[in-house]
Write a protein that binds this ligand. Structure first.
Ligand code: PHE
Length: 461
């Protein structure tokens, strides 16, 4: 159980914020948000999502970072130090959660890689929706191609992790995140200039009280949780690399701002274009792989835009995947004295096997179902609805109640200019962490329990 060495530390505050934002901004913002917001009533979903992000969401980000910085080890060590042996096991569960999420996240990462390469060679774009559907279906259902792309993606993730915290993750995020932002702003601007684009903006942001249902609110909570990368030990692990002088509330606020703007930006890239071309806005997961290539085939310089878009998608997926792997790597390095290299190689082998199972569940193994779901969907369901929420709940209880003095201590550290967190901010964080966050997490978890019950009943009758 070694303390964090100087090399396992962010070199700058900006690097740390960009790496955390890189983890938060991923397929959730780019792929799920646009169609999810549309399906859930537009502003009726977006407003609670923003509210949750800047209340309970950011408070939990602060708590995870504080837990990690006080622990100065892996998530297991941090939970043990703050809460004793019982919480140590919950830390172990976070490591498992991150590993499981990565195993299926990498499958979609593989598709992003495939589409980027195909866009670059002019194959991904077509004006024929049927052809695009078949093309996507073939990739997803094929055993071999799916696995080959998955391996390329995993190799990129592991390669970054091998380079370490500063030279790998921080450098990657520092170069890629600003580039990502500029590309997305450019894409949104050109999408908004299409004739009829305004209908897409309206679809995304329209507000009506009738749309504000408990289900929409619960969906917004769940999405906030996933989009901020909470509950999988990520910010606890990243927190251990944060310098003592970095003020956590301000940094966490930035992560919230960047994550919300990325989701809104992705919505503004996709929806105006979907409406301008009269396509289905609720095409679900196929939106970015089937609907968008159609649009690219019809706009000037569409081939170039396709390459830029899939590059953004891949960057988003890569920085999130790297954060997931880091949780598991830090665990083996700190708890069992592994070298970074052997930890990464071991995970590469394990992840590859598990990811293949997820990838095959779309094609050859699609008949094998658990609770009426293919393996990929089942893993996603269990991780997002149960494992992440359970861990989020544990962090809220631990840092809000059991180890509150530790939390206060972390937040009372003066920064380089000698400033500390004000009493009012501290009190607000206390209320958020002690009361709001556990309630929000339980509500999001309830949605999962309810869904599982429904599918169990559907399978029985
Ligand atoms: N926040 C990431 C996204 O939006 C997903 C993620 C969840 C990453 C949990 C790490 C941990 O895509």
């Amino acid at each position: 159980m070694t303390a964090a060495t100087p090399s396992a530390q962010w070199s700058s505050r900006l690097g740390f914020i960009l790496a955390s934002a890189g983890s938060a901004i991923g397929l959730g913002a780019m792929w799920k948000f646009p169609y999810w917001a549309g399906e859930n009533g537009g502003a009726a979903f977006i407003i609670p999502f923003i509210l949750f992000t800047f209340t309970t969401g950011v408070v939990l980000v602060i708590a995870e970072l504080a837990l990690g910085r006080a622990g100065r080890g892996s998530v297991v060590e941090a939970m043990r130090r703050a809460g004793g042996r019982s919480f140590m096991w919950l830390g172990g569960l976070a490591v498992l959660t991150a590993f499981l999420i990565l195993s299926y996240y990498a499958v979609v990462g593989g598709w992003c890689t495939a589409y980027l390469v195909e866009a670059a060679t002019g194959q991904a774009v077509s004006a024929d929706p049927e052809e695009l559907k078949i093309h996507f279906g073939e990739l997803v259902r094929s055993g071999g191609r799916n696995i080959a792309w998955l391996m390329v993606f995993l190799a990129a993730v592991c390669g970054t992790a091998l380079c370490g915290v500063q030279r790998g993750i921080e450098r990657l995020s520092k170069i890629l995140m600003p580039g990502f932002f500029l590309l997305m702003v450019g894409l949104a601007a050109s999408s908004l200039m299409l004739p009829g684009a305004w209908d897409g903006v309206e679809y995304l942001f329209k507000f009506s009280w009738e749309d504000v249902t408990p289900e929409v609110i619960l969906n917004a909570m769940g999405f906030t949780f996933f989009s901020l990368s909470l509950g999988a030990g990520i910010l606890v692990t990243y927190g251990a690399y944060v310098k003592k002088e970095t003020p956590l509330p301000a940094a966490s606020m930035w992560v919230g701002v960047l994550s919300v703007q990325a989701a809104l930006l992705a919505g503004l890239v996709i929806m105006p274009a979907v409406f301008a071309y009269g396509l289905e806005p609720n095409a679900g997961p196929g939106l970015v792989f089937i609907t968008l290539p159609l649009i690219f085939s019809q706009i000037p310089a569409g081939g170039l835009f396709a390459v830029l878009f899939y590059l953004c998608l891949l960057v988003a997926a890569l920085t999130s995947a790297v954060s997931l792997l880091e949780v598991a790597v830090a665990f083996l390095v700190h708890e069992f004295g592994f070298s970074r290299r052997s930890a990464v190689l071991l995970y590469f082998a394990g992840l590859f096997i598990l990811s293949c199972v997820s990838a095959l569940s779309f094609g050859p193994w699609s008949g094998f179902r658990i609770f009426d779901r293919i393996i990929f969907d089942f893993l996603d369901y269990i991780c997002t609805n149960f494992l992440m929420t359970l861990n989020g709940f544990a962090v809220a209880i631990l840092m809000g109640w059991k180890a509150w003095p530790r939390m206060v201590n972390e937040l009372s550290r003066p920064d380089e200019a000698g400033r500390t967190t004000s009493k009012t901010t501290l009190a607000a964080i206390g209320v958020g962490l002690k009361w709001l966050a556990p309630l929000m997490v339980l509500a999001a978890c309830w949605e999962g329990v309810w869904g599982l019950l429904q599918s169990a009943l559907a399978a029985l009758f």
